[in-house]
Design a protein around this ligand. Structure first.
Ligand SMILES: [Zn+2]
Length: 300
């Protein structure tokens, strides 16, 4: 995998280029809030390597990034996960409420206009992965990426379109402002959880965090990357795979999936780009005794 000049957050795999576009990054969650099963002992065991990048020593909060990844292949430009969005009413999730992030400016700085995006793909349909699906224009929510087809895993869509299931996660109107307008625009397409764009970019089902959660794989002869969504929210979950996040819908499946993911990718050359790991975000799973560590790509 060759670094490209200029951006610190762009990785090149032969003729495929992957760019991280940040919405925001902040020390945000109490460890015991994001990981309800974490104990003071677990935290102390790992504090030395968590601080300062992953755990802010002053606030004691875990650092989270919210970002998209743009996969540019010779055939298509694919935007994966669309963060939390601007102007959204999120009274129950203040970190996403009525925001004004410079996300589109960051996208432009990375070389992409909204018109350039051919496909939008969400690893799952939580509010922080679908926000920029739409933007507010003249009082209406319209697709942010006017030329894109928005691909949703059918299993994931069919779960979240049920209001009673959505209500267990949040009563904020994110389905109404970020998903339904895309479906009504005719730009959405429901796909199988193993949909392939071609033999170099495809999705794979990795359920548990949500029922239809998928990862996105990009592969070339020069290397492979997996965009792992929310299989792990923090690198602490490599060292303690039994720890779920407070947002995992199917706790047992989430644990099994995480463990399988770590075992498959441990000590492999496949670069992993999780949805919320702070800068530098990307890295590799490495064995550490019987468990694992995340080795960040610090060579940018
Ligand atoms: Zn998320």
């Amino acid at each position: 995998m060759l670094p490209t000049s200029g951006s610190s957050y762009r990785w090149r795999l032969g003729d495929i280029e992957i760019t991280r576009v940040l919405e925001f990054e902040a020390a945000l969650f109490e460890p015991a809030v994001i990981h309800p099963d974490v104990t003071p002992e677990i935290l102390e065991r790992h504090r030395s390597w968590l601080e300062p990048t992953l755990l802010n020593p002053d606030s004691g909060l875990m650092v989270f990034a919210f970002h998209s990844a743009v996969i540019r292949s010779p055939r298509a430009t694919i935007l994966v996960d669309t963060c939390s969005g601007n102007d959204k009413e999120r009274p129950h999730k203040q970190r996403y409420h009525r925001k004004n992030w410079p996300y589109l400016a960051n996208l432009a700085a990375a070389g992409f206009a909204p018109d350039d995006i051919d496909y939008v793909l969400c690893t799952h349909l939580h509010a922080d992965h679908v926000g920029w699906n739409t933007r507010l224009l003249d009082g209406r929510w319209v697709p942010t990426f006017p030329n894109a087809r928005y691909l949703f895993a059918r299993q994931e869509w069919e779960y979240w379109e049920r209001a009673e299931l959505r209500a267990r996660y949040t009563t904020d109107p994110y389905y109404e402002d970020s998903l339904l307008p895309v479906m009504e625009s005719g730009r959405a397409q429901l796909v199988a959880s193993d949909y392939a764009f071609d033999d170099s970019v495809w999705i794979e089902p990795w359920p548990g965090h949500t029922p239809g959660h998928v990862c996105v794989v990009a592969r070339s002869p020069q290397g492979s990357v997996i965009l792992s969504g929310d299989i792990m929210h923090t690198a602490l979950q490599c060292a303690e795979p039994q720890l779920n996040s407070c947002f995992c819908i199917n706790p047992e499946i989430a644990r099994t999936t995480r463990r399988r993911f770590l075992e498959i990718f441990a000590d492999s050359p496949v670069m992993v780009i999780p949805s919320h790991f702070p800068t530098p975000t990307a890295g590799w799973i490495r064995s550490h005794g019987r468990l694992f560590r995340f080795h960040f790509d610090r060579h940018r």
